[in-house]
Ligand binder design. Structure first.
Ligand code: ATP
Length: 318
């Protein structure tokens, strides 16, 4: 008998060779991906790269043109969305303004035919998890954006699905609230340990929340890895430029040729700036002061592109 420890765990989500055509347009091509139970995956990529299409196929909204999706060892085939162990939280929260918070959360249980007491307990538990216990009887149209978002998440978790699917859930919120909700979703993931797939085009969101990031570009996977793997070892130029803010500097001219490369990339924090002589000479154009960091845009002699240098703290050129 094989040693239990050496047997690879069966993936919670097993996506094999998925292809999706809309007419003749290929939205996804040869997508193969395995997500283990309890992992938090982020699908990251520019607008139109196929993130939502892939998430919808996992949820059962639409069928792949080719390929298979299995969840917890079961082929989803053409199984409809409401019979899959998944629940989706959308960008537009689809909560009902005339219902109160508890009724909106209870709506997530409507197909389960639970007893009254059981349903009540589950709603209470979900409300506590998303910290809305005190607002249970408040009407949904009297809530803030962040509270509405929590209602939508409460409705998803009340059913206790095995897989949560998030489609850019924070994009309607202001910057400060996004940061708060990011922390809340991460906390929720740690607490309930459910498998989560989170679509975003915001690399900071993906970097801060995900165990693993899938970088998609024009319907294909460019790279899968932990946030720091992608940051430190991007497989290609697309990933190198997509991950990291400010963006990696790419040099293509003589500097690349000297290294026998087509292009070389240097992260802004790997450059230092000084008023004394150094390897390169340049002129600072714009300085962006964030307080914690200063981003300096520098025109370097002999380099075609403006380079970005990240200086820690407040940096002022004398
Ligand atoms: P965004 O970040 O802008 O939401 P996305 O990466 O989620 O983008 P998708 O919504 O998955 O992108 O769309 C991928 C591609 O497939 C796009 O070019 C889109 O126009 C196309 N597409 C999506 N749905 C359909 C459809 N029902 N019919 C035709 N084309 C579609």
């Amino acid at each position: 008998m094989p040693d239990a420890d050496s047997t690879p765990a069966r993936p919670m989500i097993d996506i094999s060779n998925i292809r999706k055509l809309f007419g003749t347009f290929e939205a996804l091509d040869s997508i193969t991906l395995q997500v283990q139970e309890g992992e938090f995956f982020s699908l990251l990529g520019p607008s139109g790269c196929g993130k939502t299409t892939l998430l919808r196929l996992i949820a059962g909204f639409g069928e792949p043109t080719a390929g298979t999706i299995a969840i917890d060892g079961q082929d989803m085939g053409s199984r409809p969305a409401n019979r899959r162990p998944t629940n989706m939280v959308f960008q537009s929260y689809a909560i009902f303004p005339h219902m109160n918070v508890a009724e909106n959360v209870a709506y997530g249980l409507r197909r389960l035919r639970l007893g009254k007491e059981d349903a009540k307990n589950r709603v209470q538990e979900a409300l506590d998890r998303v910290e809305l216990g005190a607002l249970a009887s408040r009407r949904a149209n009297e809530l803030s954006g962040g509270q509405r978002q929590r209602v939508a998440i409460g409705r998803a978790i009340v059913r206790g699905p095995e897989v949560f699917l998030f489609d850019e859930p924070l994009s309607n919120l202001d910057a400060e609230l996004r940061v708060d909700m990011r922390v809340e979703i991460s906390r929720l993931h740690n607490e309930i340990g459910a498998t989560m797939i989170y679509v975003t085009h915001d690399q900071v969101e993906a970097m801060t929340m995900a165990d693993k990031i899938v970088v998609l570009n024009a319907g294909v996977i460019e790279q899968v890895g932990s946030p720091l793997e992608l940051y430190e070892n991007p497989r290609n130029r697309f990933v190198a430029e997509f991950i990291g803010s400010p963006k990696m500097n790419i040099l293509t001219g003589v500097q690349a040729a000297e290294k026998q490369a087509r292009s070389i990339g240097i992260r802004p924090e790997h450059l230092t700036i000084s008023t004394e002589a150094g390897d390169w000479k340049g002129t600072v154009g714009i300085s962006e002061h964030l307080g914690s960091d200063t981003f300096l845009r520098v025109d370097v002699e002999g380099v075609a592109a403006t380079m970005t240098v990240r200086a820690p703290g407040i940096y002022k050129l004398e």
